[in-house]
Design a protein around this ligand. Sequence first.
Ligand code: ADP
Ligand code: MG
Length: 477
Amino acid sequence: MQWETVIGLEIHTQLATQSKIFSGAPTAFGADPNTQACAIDLGLPGVLPVLNVQAVRFAVRFGKAIEAEIAPRSIFARKNYFYPDLPKGYQISQYELPVVGKGQVEIVLDEGTVKTIGVTRAHLEEDAGKSLHEDFQGFTGIDLNRAGTPLLEIVSEPDMRSPQEAVAYAKKIHQIVRYIGISDGNMQEGSFRMDANVSVRPVGQAEFGTRAEIKNVNSFRFLEKAIQFEVERQIDLIEGGGTVVQETRLYDAAKDETRSMRTKEEANDYRYFPDPDLLPLEIDADFLAEAVADLPELPDAKRARFQADYGLSEYDADLLTASRELADYFESVAKDSGEPKLAANWVSGELMAALNKAECEIGESPVSAAMLAGLIARIKDGTISGKLAKQVFEGMWNGGGDADRVIESQGLKQITDTGAIESMIDAIVAANPAQVEQYRSGKDKIFGFFVGQVMKQSGGKANPGQVNEILRRKLQG
Ligand code: ADP
Ligand code: MG
């Protein structure tokens, strides 16, 4: 039997507001437990939530970025459930009328084909607190700092057909929320959490199979592995005569498996109803226009422009637009140096390798865009050879100043003085009569030996073109 995988993702992204979605309490990560939850976040009697307009602006920006309809009127609802980290007994969310309606994003598959993934909706909601299971001698601690933190929950259509497609989609959403500045997307801190709904069906069957939902995956690698495991589990189960039950599962990265957490609630278990404390959210044309006025160029547009303007390959353009910071860096090197291809090679090669090795972000790079452009200028004007340029880069990276200073202090300037190269070659020719004889008797390959000698003696600094030309002349004798 051939099986087809069907995946839909729900992504919770934390919005980068200063304060909570319905209160003035701060949202900063890492504060001491229970120092950032106020009476509103805890739902104490007599308090009233007030909607944070910045969260709405962010939701609208996202809607615009995925070409979605923005609802002129949307409703906040109470989603009721009992959990220790939810002192109110309900979460304020949006249910029937979300602020962002149907939209779409494009992902690029391995073969370079583009696939459109539908976004069903995105709605605003508040986060719950956190249960802490460590360090409490058998007790569970509750930290309510996160209660009331604004989230945008982005729900996809069940359009993905492989773990790789799901990862590509999740990466695309991550890229967009960071580009448009509505979330830091920090996965370690839980600012971007993915739930994967996974089902399988026989190839050719029209209806979807029963799905299981894997909750709270916080890395792209785990997302791929969790889905992979889950697909195999479901196929084995069905082929063994069993049936998949609709349930919530957790991915255990240490064991690389998913485990049942609870059977899935139906919507009516949550007893959703409009929150009587909050007015309907109405968005007029002025607000909408203002919220999206300064939207930056989006990743897809940037990628296409980099290909058109700088002649980059699809692959390079994709790589160099991964984040806005990286794209800005590349573009400024390309413009300053006037050599976009070299700029792309240096940024995606040497620079990225150095950043990865040092585990630092592009914003922390000790080699600024201007410095890298300066280095490329010195390659272009022949001051240094391409080979020694790597050494110059290393010098800059290690705090040696700009390219000119490193070239100067390390004496890396290319030797282009014909006289100097000639006398070097004369000496080498004189010192190696046997090899000269071989060359003259037709053994062309020995030419490389002489080039090597000159390069060695010049510390790699002799201009290769000149070396070749002078060597040929001298060896012909
Ligand atoms: P719920 O209200 O229970 O969360 P939804 O209908 O909103 O369920 O769907 C939640 C997510 O599950 C969506 O991303 C949707 O695309 C996905 N989904 C729905 N049915 C399936 C299925 N059979 N297989 C895989 N994913 C599915
Ligand atoms: Mg859901």
